[in-house]
Ligand binder design. Structure first.
Ligand code: NI
Length: 255
């Protein structure tokens, strides 16, 4: 299995990282992408990726932290992004639910990082919360899927997922897929092409059932795999294998 989105640099995980990675391997999770959300966490993601086999990094500024984005940060991200262990720019996007940065600043930092990804030729990881239409308009206007990309922790509608797929994106599901109220996501899982599906934990957040309430970690991605398998009427091993292959493809991991 491949946990395509984890925050291993988070204090809740970092302090116990060797054990967390061991439990992941024991559960059959052989690859993990550690996702940056601001400059410091991006630097940390790369350090962790360099140190551990099967761990990769992304660098980028999250919409919550868009107010920290500036030309100097952009240049530093660009330098980090040239490292072969950096497999994408992210997570980037728009969050109109929490609005922790002004929307104009979110848009500016989203667009700047899309252009950065295009310049260095790497895919992007998108965070979208309550901003579906603006995210889709931006993706199309700036051809953001040119090098591929991921809609992380997808919670939108089926038509929008299909539109994202058409524009070069993969659709990734996290722990909420296992929650009872996830009927809309269940439909998306069944109806989008298997070769565009990914799984993730977004740990330490979004712990799947039956462990809800605990700190999440990559080993738990198997609960999302099992849920996806049940929905698609396929064997969990097959879903694990196929989603790992898809993640390797979008992140361009060859080994
Ligand atoms: Ni995340």
């Amino acid at each position: 299995m491949f946990d395509s989105h984890a925050h291993l640099q988070d204090a809740k995980i970092k302090t116990d990282l060797d054990q967390v990675l061991k439990r992941a391997r024991d559960a059959g999770v052989e690859r993990i992408t550690c996702i940056g959300y601001d400059l410091t966490s991006s630097e940390e993601a790369l350090l962790i990726a360099r140190k551990h086999q099967g761990v990769y990094a992304t660098v980028g500024v999250h919409p919550h932290d868009a107010k920290t984005f500036n030309p100097e940060v952009r240049d530093k991200l660009k330098a980090l992004a040239r490292d072969p262990k950096v497999v994408a720019i992210g997570e980037i996007g728009l969050d109109y639910f929490r609005d922790l940065s002004p929307r104009e600043k979110q848009k500016e930092s989203f667009i700047e990082q899309i252009l950065l990804a295009r310049e260095i030729g790497k895919p992007i990881v998108i965070h979208d919360r309550d901003a579906n239409q603006d995210v889709m308009d931006t993706i199309k206007k700036y051809k953001a899927g040119r090098n591929g990309g991921i809609m992380h922790c997808y919670s939108g509608s089926l038509p929008l997922a299909l539109e994202a797929v058409k524009n070069g994106f993969y659709i990734s599901f996290a722990g909420p897929l296992t929650y009872k109220n996830a009927r809309k996501s269940h439909e998306v899982v069944v109806k989008i092409p298997m070769d565009r599906l990914l799984v993730e934990t977004d740990c330490p957040y979004l712990t799947p059932e039956p462990l809800r309430g605990r700190i999440n970690e990559p080993a738990n991605v198997r609960y999302t795999v099992e849920k996806m398998a049940a929905l698609r009427n396929q064997h969990p091993d097959e879903i694990g294998y196929l989603t790992e292959r898809n993640a390797c493809k979008v992140y361009r991991i060859k080994d």
